[in-house]
Design a protein around this ligand. Sequence first.
Ligand code: MG
Length: 169
Amino acid sequence: MAAKCVFLDRDGVINRERGDYTYKVQDFEIIKGVYEAIKVLKNLNYLIIVITNQAGISRQIFTRQDMEICHRYMHKKLDYMIDDIFYCPYHPDQTASLCRKPDSLMFERAIAKYHIDHSASWMAGDKEWDLIPAKKTGIKTIFINTDKESDYADYYAPDLITAVNEIIK
Ligand SMILES: [Mg+2]
C-alpha cells in the first residue's frame, strides 16, 4: 500500500530560522509545538521526511559531519519520529544540482524509496522554493509564512502545529 507522508523543510519549520546557516547544536533551537505536531502525524501513520538544502557544505562553511551531529541531535530531541532526511549539499556557485530546492529530485527520490502516494501527502515549508518542487510532484503545500503570499501555497499557517490542524481536517 502506498504511504502518506508529511514532508518538512528544516530551518524555519522544525528549528528556528537564524537568517544564517545552522550547523551547531547550540544554535539548533526546535520551535515550540513541533514535537507535538509530529507526534499527531505519526499517530495518524504519516511518514515524516525532512527535505533540506544544505549548501553550506559545498561552500565549505561547515562539514557533512557538522550537519550529521545536528541531525542526530534533532532525531533525539524529536524521539526518533523523523523517518528520513534528504539533504542537498550543493550550491549553484559550484554545482547546479537537480536535488537543490526549488528542483524536485529529493522529493522524487523520497517518493520512490517509500512508495509515497503524493496525492495524500503534504509539504510544509517557510520559503517559496520549498513549495515549488512539492507542487511539481503533486503534493499539497502549506506555507509556514504569514508575511508573504505565494502562487504555490494551498494553505497558510504561522507554524507547524497550526499546519497540522489543516492536514488532519
Ligand atoms: Mg526554511
